[in-house]
Write a protein that binds this ligand. Structure first.
Ligand code: SAM
Length: 172
């Protein structure tokens, strides 16, 4: 099981990027996203609306207390994978991470408190350069599913795009 925890969401400044983190999580087969930071019903509803329209069991939730979430998932046996540009290279850690049964992927926001680094079982970096939380998340999820996103099926999917050389069509 893969759960994504997005830290420090800010209602106004992060609305698009936090939505994209949710959409990437769902499309790349994570099971759930938990947002912390500012409570934002519009964000939660817009991510859940995509799940409703396109199907699947993906869920977006809010939790005020990220520390509690990390503690709770650790107790459930999840390994904590924190995406940070300062971490060890993902390439060097991916096979170990893939061998874990359940993981909580922590995606930072503007400032990431040091306790997150300390709580993590893996602090990993996708290239050792600053870039985007959306890109870092997409890359780790892609590595976890081995680049097979086109042949994986989201459970309970309602709408499925037929790959088109030109135009737009759906499977019945
Ligand atoms: N200065 C912040 C910090 O304390 O780490 C980073 C802020 S960055 C705009 C937001 C998030 O993008 C980070 O917390 C991390 O999750 C992700 N991120 C950015 N570059 C990354 C990289 N090279 N590898 C992995 N994650 C990255």
């Amino acid at each position: 099981m893969i759960v994504v925890l997005r830290l420090n969401h800010r209602k106004e400044r992060d609305k698009r990027i936090s939505t994209h983190i949710g959409l990437v999580s769902r499309a790349f087969f994570a099971d759930k996203i938990i947002y912390s930071g500012e409570h934002d019903d519009v964000l939660i509803n817009s991510v859940n609306k995509v799940s409703k329209a396109w199907g699947g069991e993906f869920l977006a939730e809010y939790s005020k207390d990220y520390k509690k979430i990390i503690k709770e998932y650790k107790l459930k046996g999840f390994k904590i994978v924190h995406l940070t540009m300062y971490g060890l290279l993902l390439n060097d850690k991916i096979s170990q991470i893939k061998s874990e049964k359940n993981i909580l992927i922590v995606v930072g926001g503007e400032k990431v408190p040091f306790d997150v680094y300390q709580a993590a079982d893996y602090n990993v970096s996708v290239t050792s350069q600053p870039h985007s939380e959306v890109a870092a998340l997409a890359i780790i999820l892609d590595r976890l599913i081995e680049g097979n996103e086109l042949i994986h099926e989201i459970k309970g999917v309602k709408k499925r795009i037929k790959p088109n050389a030109l135009g737009k069509s759906f499977y019945e």
